[in-house]
Write a protein that binds this ligand. Structure first.
Ligand code: ATP
Length: 145
C-alpha cells in the first residue's frame, strides 16, 4: 500500500517519524483524513487523538494542539506536546485527572476552563494508552513492516 512519512514534532523531541498509510487528525476546520499524495495544505490542529494506520495496524497519538503541514510525501504535525502510548506515564495522567476532577467539584476560586482542559488532556492520554494497547502499540515499537 502507498505510504506517506508522518512526523510529529514537539519543542522537546521527535515523537514519531514513520511511513503510514492513513492519518486522521482534528483540525481547526474539522476532522481531516489524510492519504498519501494529499494536496499541500497547512492547518491548525486542535487537541485530539491522532489516528494512524500502517501496514502493521492502527495506532494513536495524543496531541495537545499545534500546526499541520501536508506535502504529497510528508505530513508534519508541530505540537505543543504529543505522546505515543509508550511515552505516557499512566499514574501521572491518572493523578492529573483526579486533580482536575477535584478542582471542578469545588464551587469557588476555581479556573473552570483550565481545569476542564487539564481533565481533557489527562483523559486523552489514558484513552491513547488503552486504544494503543488494544491495537498492539504499532508505532515506535519496531512492529512496522
Ligand atoms: P501534568 O499536570 O501531569 O503536568 P499536563 O496535562 O499539565 O499534565 P502538559 O502541559 O500537557 O501536561 O505537558 C507538559 C509536558 O509533560 C509535555 O512534554 C508532555 O508530553 C508531558 N506530559 C504530561 N503528562 C504526561 C504523562 N502522563 N506522561 C508522560 N508525559 C506527560
Amino acid at each position: 500500500m502507498s505510504s506517506v512519512l508522518l512526523e510529529v514534532v514537539t519543542p522537546e523531541r521527535l515523537v514519531v517519524s514513520e511511513q503510514v498509510n492513513f492519518i486522521t487528525v482534528l483540525t481547526g476546520g474539522g476532522e481531516l483524513g489524510i492519504l498519501p499524495h494529499h494536496a499541500p495544505l497547512a492547518a491548525t490542529v486542535k487537541p485530539c487523538i491522532v489516528k494512524v494506520r500502517t501496514d502493521a495496524g492502527e495506532d494513536y497519538i495524543n496531541v495537545n494542539g499545534g500546526f499541520l503541514e501536508i506535502q504529497p510525501d510528508k505530513v508534519t504535525i508541530l505540537a505543543d506536546a504529543a505522546e505515543l502510548a509508550s511515552m505516557i506515564d499512566v499514574a501521572r495522567a491518572q493523578a492529573a485527572k483526579e486533580r482536575a476532577e477535584r478542582r471542578l467539584a469545588q464551587r469557588e476560586g476555581v479556573d473552570v476552563l483550565r481545569a476542564e482542559l487539564a481533565l481533557q488532556r489527562a483523559l486523552r492520554r489514558l484513552e491513547v494508552v488503552e486504544l494503543s494497547g488494544k491495537a498492539g502499540n504499532v508505532l515506535g515499537s519496531g512492529n512496522q513492516k
